[in-house]
Design a protein around this ligand. Structure first.
Ligand code: G4P
Length: 530
């Protein structure tokens, strides 16, 4: 028991979120270097040296050079065992990213110092807020021309609506970037670029802020500016408050440069101290503590056909309590079945290895015998509680899916159903015509290409996708409502999901408002808790 608590308290499970190109992959890679999980930079995302990224599982990813799926990386650093949930970097793959955030206990938000808060960060941030998890900010690329740091903080506070607390502060930027001031230790770490290619840590020198050496190193102008900034920060910015950080109300902010390895280890060390070990999770039988003896977890992602020859599916399981022991049976609450999880594996930096045990906080991949759906709970036999479901996030693009070869109806149905189960797409049917008109909804348009590609390559079905002019979906709260009785509909399509729940697709927000004005007893929901 003591061992269980020890194992769990040393774990940290977090997701890294950012807009594409802000430096998420580079930062992740530097973390792995510090943890000794990889030896050379460039192996996580190896465009430059032609090694594929760890998460490049699918052909389409290789073809397009983007990361479609999320991967999970585990490594040790100091006395910590760290699980990083990497999220798809491309703007178009947000639905999986959303779900990955449901498995994390905290999030690291990487922001490009020249750009500030960008679109994808806003979307992902909203999910973190919904979950009230701690959010840490790493402002990256300080070695390049960047925006004023006060302006960047202001951007985070106004656009995202979270208070910030800078832990360190940059001196100069771009070519004139000199280093960072540590607000707690009151000293300055000088910037020295270390290029990629194996060097683990940037060679740095520390000076106390009042030292003459510092003044002569950075020059009078930057020195005076630093003293002014410190005064302003001490007077105007929020003090560090661990409880506010825990509740996701205050984001500790760090400045650095992932590519040159500057500020990365400091960030990692602070982050590990400020963040928590696996958090308790809510179930229909109340809060489940991670240190509870019995094993439990939930499925947050399903990845099909990782091995094309076998049409296999891997379910990603976030362990929420106790210890997973591969030799013991588990209970799948949703199906009421008891079985052993086949070939449980941990996704390491460069490969996957079969594991015998894992603890609360860890994420494991298991072969799905075809029974798992996203959000399902798996427990030790004897426990029957269910974890809170994973919300269905609203798709933003819709197409009519037309099958070109009607002889292959069976494969087509199987393919569409499996892909929907995986959660890569959402499928709907016309409200009146039913299954003779299938509508597919996705969060990002690239998912349409993935759907077409996979139906053709894995299920042998040729399909045509006809774009529909809708971008908003709303669930009808009263599921027994007859949508044919709605009044004055414009720019709207009535559909049902596969469980016959009624939904409406709209072209714009204006038509949603009009619909609500004309139908006073109609209540619409933006996302549905499963
Ligand atoms: P992402 O995962 O968030 O999409 O970003 P990624 O780490 O791939 O970084 C995007 C680009 O920005 C990469 O260059 C990377 O080398 C660069 N970069 C990341 N951090 C820093 C930094 O601190 N300073 C500077 N100057 N550049 C940084 P690329 O040329 O697009 O890709 P690559 O060919 O180097 O992989």
């Amino acid at each position: 028991m003591a061992d269980l608590t020890k194992e769990i308290t040393k774990r940290r499970t977090f997701a890294i979120i950012s807009h594409p190109d802000a430096g998420k992959t580079t930062l992740t890679e530097k973390f792995l270097l510090y943890g000794g999980a990889i030896n050379t930079a460039g192996s996580v995302k190896g465009k430059a040296n032609s090694k594929y990224a760890v998460s490049d599982w699918m052909e389409i990813e290789k073809e397009r050079g983007i990361s479609v799926t999320s991967s999970v990386l585990q490594f040790n650093y100091d006395d910590y065992c760290i699980n990083i949930l990497d999220t798809p970097g491309h703007q178009d793959f947000s639905e999986d990213t959303y779900r990955t955030l449901m498995a994390a206990d905290s999030a690291v938000m990487v922001i490009d110092a020249s750009k500030g808060v960008e679109a994808q960060t806003i979307k992902l941030f909203k999910v973190c807020v919904m979950r009230h998890i701690p959010i840490f900010t790493f402002i990256n690329k300080m070695d390049l021309e960047s925006r004023d740091p006060f302006e960047l903080l202001d951007d985070i506070e106004t656009v995202l609506g979270i208070r910030t607390c800078p832990i360190n502060w940059p001196i100069g930027q771009g070519k004139g970037f000199k280093g960072v001031y540590d607000r707690d230790k009151k000293d300055v770490t000088m910037f020295k670029a270390v290029s990629v290619g194996g060097a683990k840590s940037a060679a740095t020198t520390d000076y106390l802020v009042e030292s003459e050496e510092l003044k002569s190193e950075i020059g009078d102008i930057l020195y005076d500016k630093l003293l002014e900034d410190i005064e302003l920060l001490d007077g105007a910015s929020d003090d560090f408050d661990q409880e506010k950080v825990d509740r996701g109300e205050l984001s500790p902010v760090f400045f650095g440069s992932a590519l040159t390895t500057f500020g990365v280890e400091t960030f990692l060390q602070h982050f590990l101290k400020m963040t928590q070990s696996p958090l308790p999770r809510l179930s229909d039988e109340g809060v489940i503590e991670p240190t509870m003896d019995a094993f439990s977890g939930f499925v947050f992602k399903i990845q099909a056909n990782m091995n094309k020859a076998h049409h296999d599916r891997i379910a990603f399981l976030r362990i929420c309590s106790g210890k997973f022991d591969a030799s013991k049976d588990v209970y799948h609450v949703q199906s009421g079945r008891k079985f052993k999880l086949s070939q449980p594996q941990q996704i390491m930096a460069q490969d996957r290895k079969v594991i015998e045990e894992a603890y609360a906080g860890d994420v494991i991949g298991v072969f799905d015998p075809g029974v798992f759906s996203i959000g399902d709970t798996i427990t030790a036999p004897g426990k029957k509680f269910r974890y809170e479901g994973i919300p269905t996030f609203a798709p933003e693009h819709f197409c009519r899916l037309v099958q070109l070869d009607s002889m292959k109806r069976k494969q087509f149905n199987k393919g569409v159903t499996q892909l929907a189960q995986e959660g890569a797409i959402q499928i709907f049917q016309d409200y009146t015509l039913g299954l003779s008109e299938i509508i597919v909804g996705v969060v990002g348009v690239l998912q349409f290409d993935v759907l077409k590609y996979r139906l053709e390559n894995e299920y042998g079905c040729d399909v045509r996708l006809e774009p529909l002019p809708y971008n908003y979906i709303r669930w009808v709260k009263d599921t027994s409502m007859d949508l044919n009785k709605l009044k004055r509909i414009s720019d709207c399509k009535k559909v049902k999901d596969m469980n016959d729940n009624p939904l409406l697709l709209f072209a714009n927000e204006w038509s949603i408002r009009l619909m609500l004005e004309n139908n006073k007893d109609l209540e619409l929901l933006e996302f549905r808790k499963n």
